[in-house]
Each structure stands twice: as C-alpha cells, then as structure tokens.
Design a protein around this ligand. Structure first.
Ligand code: CS2
Length: 472
C-alpha cells in the first residue's frame, strides 16, 4: 500500500463521489445481518442515497460470525469504495455503514442494537443456506445450528434464533417490533423467513410465536445486481483511481434493482424516493429474476466450467452456449412465469444476456457454481415442476442439473474442494460415481434436502437428467 488508507480523516482526499450528507448527523435506523459484498453493493448503496434526504437510516452492520468485514472496515470508519463497472466506470465512497458488530463475539452489543426502538428495520443477506430450511422450505429443526440454538436460546447463532431473542425482548419492553426484510435469492423470502422465525419461537413460547405472527412484518423482496467477489486487482484499480487505499472495496455492474412488497408499514424509510419499486406483486418479480437471471447464471456456470471457461463474459463469447440458454429461457422458462405489469419477458431475457456480456467485470463461474445444492432448487426445480404439470418439455431444464452433477463428480474425483453446505455428502457421492448416467444420477437424486421426492421419483425427470449428464 502506498496511498493513505480511506477513513474519515482522508475522505476529502478520495478522488471519488463522496457521501452527500454529514456523517456525524446519521442515526441508526437499520440493522443489517450479513454485510457481505452483495449488501455493500446493493442495500447499503440505496441507504447511502437515502441518507442525503433523511439522516435516520444509517446502518448497523452485524456479521453473524466472521470478523473479516469488521476488521477491514473499522479502521476505515465503516467507509469503503463501491466501483460501478460498465461502459462508464464510477467510484463512490459509501458512508451508510455507521456501526460494525460480530454477533458471535459480542452478542450483547448486537442485541442492544436490535432491541433499540430506533432500529425500525432489520435487513439481511445471509445467502440461501443461512436460513436453515429443509427441502420443503420450512425451518429444519434438525439442522446443527438450529439444534444449537434450541439448546442455547440465550446465545443463538441462527437467524431464526437471533430474531426470536430480539423480538422477545422488544415484546417484553413493550416497544414496537422492527420490520424484517430478507434480501436473499429465495422465492417468497419474506413468508419463508416469517414461518421459520415463528416455528423457532413456538419451541420456546407459544404466546411469543403468536405475537410475532400478529405484529411483525416480513415483506418479500427481490434484489438484483451482479456483484463479483473482490479481488486484489480491484483493490489496485480502486487505489489507482481514487488515490486512497481501501482494504475491501466492492464492485458491481451499474444495473441495480430492489423490489419490495408494499407492506413496509408507517415507520418505514421512503425507499421509493431512491428508486426502490414498492409493489403488491413481488412474486412476479422474484420468479422472473430467479428463474431467468439466476437460472441462466447457474446453467452457464456449470456448462461453461465443464468446457473450460472461467468467467461469465467468457461464456458469452460461446455462441452454442448462448443460444442454448436463450432458447431455454424463452421457450422453457418464460411460459412458467406471469410477467410483472409492464415488463416484457423477452426484453428481460435480452437485458440479462447483455448484462452478462459486461466486459468491465470478471465474474468467475466458480463463484456462481458454489452452493449448487441450495441454488438449483430455487432456480430450476420450480420451473421443472411447472413444466411437468403442464406437459412441457423438460429436456433443456435438465441440462443445468446434469451439468451440476458432472461438475460435482469431476471436483470430487480430482480432490478439489467443493464449496457447499452439503460438501461432505457431495464429495462422497462424487467419488462413488463411475461416469455412467444410470449409475450416478440416482445417487444425486437421493439427496432429499435438495430434490423433492415427487420430482426425484418421477422417471421422466430422472431420464431427462441422465441424458443431460451423458452429454455434459
Ligand atoms: C449469482 C447471483 O452467484 C450467484 O449465484 O447468480 O449472485 C447473481 O449475480 C445475483 O443474484 C444478481 O442479482
């Protein structure tokens, strides 16, 4: 590092767009659980815009376990650079993160924040696996983290456990509950989280569970912005452009979208004023995004990786793969969707493919390929079930599944790490594979937490995946 490090003391030296508000006047109205790259690229950017109009909506960032974000950003007074990389490149210092906690290290401070009546909104990005749900989308009471929390409800580690503890305290204090916003790529994320929290609360106290059911809002959301992981190359690029060193800058494309169910309640921030879409119909948006954009991402990640591509932009130079994915989206996925009012699905597909071509960012296929056991059910299996129900072809929809199985098999055989909450099970299955579809595919389909039984036991589904696996 040759430049001065970004902090409040050096902020004026940063050659970047700087917060358009007085950092000293910011109040903490939001607690965010999981301040990873996506949060800092997305919700923190929206609140940064909002703070220029209303100082009540600063963010207290709570990492469930990892110290990395706190350790990188505390010396920088919570400031970091967001690089928007597209045809035009811009650098912006985000000032909305005003407090940083690590829940596993300091649960008391975390709870003080969550139970403070000024905390009106609790948002979260903890990825699909952070919800500890079973294959049916309900809280998995046998999950190791949930088991821990059931035995130790006063020192929880799970989202359901932490929210239940904080809400119990707010109820005891007779203060209004906060609103909870799940910002992860799950269909019906708000309703799923609400059921999970109520289920957890029921194990402690039926009255508390009913009070949560009656009083706490969990609006559904759809979040979108392509955010590749931070690399050293980005650190250098940001330092060269801004003249200050940032230990953890964030990069994303310039496209950003946040759709929230219009049930935020009277004490909510005016997010519409900064471009958030508030609607009664989030489901139409989240289905379209998960089944088109995220499904295309996963499909390209596995098929592209198998033929040796490294990034999404690389795969987009492969006409065969692009034409495959376009056909799958338009002919096999779009018929399962009801488009949100005013949106043409064909235009949406083209826009997604254009975004994937963005040459200014290197979005590694591996980053998308991780956690396949959590992502594929949300991205592909719902469409597959609809297609079976309506007698449409599932041949192309089986391709990402067959390619994922082959990806797992190859990683397991070569001894490379598999990053997935089911890594151990996948490693074992992958090693037992012999490359023959009829031998290997049923072993994957036997994973009950991933494949609902009706699909796994459907011979047409198995045969379509076997065919895809053979060709992958
Ligand atoms: C990607 C998403 O890593 C992945 O699995 O598909 O992170 C994707 O980039 C975002 O959902 C875009 O909003």
């Amino acid at each position: 590092m040759t430049s001065k490090r970004l902090s409040r003391a050096t902020l004026a030296d940063a050659n970047a767009i700087r917060p358009a508000y007085d950092l000293d006047k910011v109040e903490l109205g939001v607690a965010h659980i999981g301040p990873g790259a996506f949060h800092r690229a997305h919700q923190a950017w929206y609140f940064d815009q909002l703070l220029a109009r209303d100082p009540r909506w600063g963010i207290s960032a709570i990492a469930p376990r990892s110290r990395d974000v706190r350790d990188a950003l505390a010396p920088q007074d919570g400031l970091y650079v967001l690089a928007e990389l597209d045809a035009q490149i811009s650098y912006r210092v985000i000032g909305s993160l005003r407090e940083l906690h690590v829940a596993s290290e300091d649960l008391d401070a975390t709870l003080v924040r969550l139970t403070d009546p000024t905390t009106k909104l609790v948002t979260m990005t903890v990825t699909e696996k952070g919800y500890c749900l079973d294959g049916k989308g309900e809280l998995d009471l046998n999950h190791a983290t949930i088991q821990h929390d059931l035995a130790n409800p006063a020192s929880p580690q799970s989202i359901a456990g932490i929210l239940t503890l904080a809400l119990a305290q707010r109820r005891a204090d007779k203060s209004k509950p906060f609103t909870v916003l799940s910002c992860d790529n799950l269909a019906d994320n708000g309703a799923k989280l609400k059921r999970a929290v109520i289920r957890f609360a029921e194990t402690r106290d039926g009255d508390l569970a009913r009070w949560i059911g009656d009083n706490v809002r969990f609006p559904a959301t759809m979040v979108d912005s392509i955010t590749p992981a931070t690399t050293d190359a980005l650190r250098q690029q940001v330092e060269a452009a801004t003249g200050v060193y940032d230990a953890w800058p964030i990069q994303r494309e310039s496209f950003v979208q946040w759709v929230i169910e219009d049930t935020l309640g009277p004490d909510a921030p005016d997010l519409a004023s900064v471009g958030v879409i508030l609607t009664k119909d989030v489901a139409a948006w989240d289905r379209a995004k998960l089944r088109l954009l995220n499904a295309a991402h996963s499909t390209l990640a596995y098929t592209g990786w198998l033929v040796g591509h490294e990034t999404v932009a690389d795969v987009m130079t492969d006409p065969k793969l692009v034409s495959f994915v376009r056909g799958m989206l338009l002919d096999d996925v779009a018929p399962s969707l009801t488009p949100p009012a005013g949106l043409s699905l064909a235009d949406y597909v083209e826009m997604v493919l254009t975004r994937f071509r963005n040459p200014a960012i290197r979005h590694e296929l591996q980053q998308i390929a991780w956690d396949g056991s959590q992502k594929l059910p949300v991205r592909i299996l719902g469409t597959l079930r609809d297609a079976r129900l309506h007698g449409r072809s599932i041949d192309r929809l089986a391709v990402p599944l067959g390619a994922w199985m082959r990806f797992v098999m190859q990683r397991a055989k070569s001894g490379e790490k598999i990053t997935d909450p089911l890594a151990e099970q996948l490693q074992a299955i992958g090693q037992a594979c012999n490359g023959e579809a009829e031998h290997d595919v049923p072993r994957f389909l036997a994973i009950e937490s991933m494949f609902p039984r009706d699909l796994a036991n459907d011979p047409s589904v198995r045969i379509a995946i076997e065919r895809a696996y053979t060709r992958a």
